[in-house]
Design a protein around this ligand. Structure first.
Ligand code: TRP
Ligand code: SF4
Length: 326
C-alpha cells in the first residue's frame, strides 16, 4: 500500500538511443522493481511539434514500444501504454486549461526555447503552448508521487505542482503534488561530441546493428589535440572516453592511462569500444528480434497497459469533474 507511484513519459520521435537508455530508461527499469510504475509513449505530445509529419507516427510508436520492452520495461511490473489510448489525459488537460493563466505557460523556459530552436516549424499554436499543461495532466491523473525526468523538465514539474495547488484551492483537495526524481546521469555525447539528440543526427540507436555500431563509433570525434598517435591524449575531453566511463567501467582507468601516455591509438580505442557496445546491446537485440516478429504481442501489451492505466485515470477524472461541479 505504501508503494510509491512513479510516472514518466517519452516522445515517439524516433528510435530509442543510448542517451535515452542511460539517461532515462535504465532508471525506469530499476524503478519498476520497487514502485508502482506507469510509463507511457507521449504521442499527443509528439503532435505538438510534429503535427505536419504524422505519417511515421504509428511506426514510431511501434518501434519505441519494442525498444522499451527490449531495454527491460516489463509489462508484468510496470504499466506501459500509449498516451492517446487513454483519452482521460486529454479531458483533464481541457479542465486544467480553464484554470491555468496564460502567463504561467508563456514563462515556461522550454516554450520560447523550443520556438527559437525549431525555427523551421510554426510552433505558434495553441497545442504547443499547452505542452507542459498536458504533461501536468499526464502526471496528476495518476496522482504520481515521483516523476523521473531530466533537468530540462524541472520547470514542467514546477508548473504541474502549481496547477495542482490551484485546482485544490479553487475546488477541492484532489491532487497531491508530485516530486521530481532527477536522473543525475552525465549527458552522453553524440558521435560528434555534442549532446546526443535526434535533432543533431548524432545518435547511436539501441537497435543499431553491430555493423552500424562499428561504423558510427569509428566516426566518433576524439581528443582534437591528438594529431599523431604519439601525442599524449586527454581522455576527459574525449567523447569516446565518456562512453568507456559508462559502458566499459572495468577498463576505463586503463584506457585513460594509456591514452595520456600515448600508448593507445584512437583507431584501436574506438574499435575496442564498438565491441564493448555490441556486447552490451546483444541481449537487447535478442529481445528486439522476438518482439519484431510478433506484432500481435506488442499490440496486446499496449492494449493491456491502456486498460490498466484507464482504470486509474478514469477514477481520478471522475473525482476531478465532481470537484469542479461538472
Ligand atoms: N516532456 C517529456 C520529455 O520531452 C515527455 C513527457 C510527456 C513526460 N509527459 C510526461 C515526462 C509526463 C514525464 C511525465 O521528455
Ligand atoms: Fe579518446 Fe581513446 Fe583516442 Fe584517448 S585513445 S583520445 S580516449 S579515442
Amino acid at each position: 500500500m505504501d508503494k510509491k507511484r512513479v510516472l514518466s513519459g517519452i516522445q515517439p520521435t524516433g528510435k530509442l538511443h543510448l542517451g535515452n537508455l542511460i539517461g532515462a530508461v535504465e532508471n525506469w527499469v530499476e524503478l519498476q522493481k520497487e514502485h508502482d510504475c506507469f510509463f507511457f509513449i507521449a504521442d499527443f505530445h509528439a503532435l505538438t511539434t510534429a503535427y505536419t509529419e504524422t505519417k511515421q507516427l504509428h511506426a514510431c510508436v511501434q518501434q519505441l514500444t519494442i525498444d522499451l520492452l527490449s531495454a527491460g520495461i516489463d509489462p508484468e511490473k510496470a504499466v506501459l501504454f500509449r498516451q492517446s489510448d487513454v483519452p482521460e489525459h486529454a479531458e483533464l488537460h481541457l479542465i486544467f486549461s480553464m484554470i491555468t493563466p496564460l502567463s504561467w505557460l508563456e514563462r515556461v523556459p522550454t516554450y520560447k526555447g523550443k520556438i527559437d530552436e525549431m525555427k523551421e516549424k510554426d510552433l505558434g499554436t495553441y497545442g504547443f503552448l499547452g505542452y507542459p499543461l498536458l504533461q501536468a495532466a499526464d502526471i496528476l491523473i495518476y496522482k504520481a508521487d515521483l516523476v523521473p525526468v531530466g533537468e530540462d523538465q524541472l520547470p514542467h514539474l514546477e508548473l504541474t505542482r502549481e496547477v495542482a495547488r490551484r485546482f485544490n484551492f479553487l475546488y477541492k483537495e484532489t491532487f497531491p503534488e508530485p516530486k521530481d526524481a532527477l536522473t543525475n546521469f552525465p549527458v552522453l555525447p553524440g558521435i560528434d561530441g555534442r549532446k546526443m539528440s535526434k535533432s543533431y543526427g548524432n545518435t547511436i540507436a539501441i537497435s543499431d546493428s553491430p555493423e552500424e555500431l562499428r561504423k558510427k563509433v569509428g566516426s566518433m570525434i576524439t581528443d582534437p589535440a591528438r594529431v599523431k598517435k604519439d601525442d599524449p591524449g586527454h581522455p576527459e575531453v574525449c567523447p569516446v572516453y565518456a562512453y568507456y566511463q559508462v559502458f566499459g567501467k572495468d577498463v576505463a582507468s586503463v584506457v585513460a592511462e594509456e591514452c595520456r601516455l600515448a600508448k593507445r591509438g584512437c583507431v584501436a580505442c574506438k574499435k575496442e569500444l564498438a565491441e564493448i557496445l555490441i556486447k552490451y546491446l546483444a541481449p537487447i537485440h535478442t529481445r528486439q528480434e522476438h518482439y519484431r516478429k510478433d506484432n500481435a504481442l506488442v499490440a496486446r501489451i499496449l492494449a493491456d497497459g491502456a486498460a490498466k492505466a484507464r482504470e486509474v485515470a478514469s477514477r481520478t477524472l471522475k473525482e476531478a469533474k465532481q470537484a469542479v461541479g461538472l
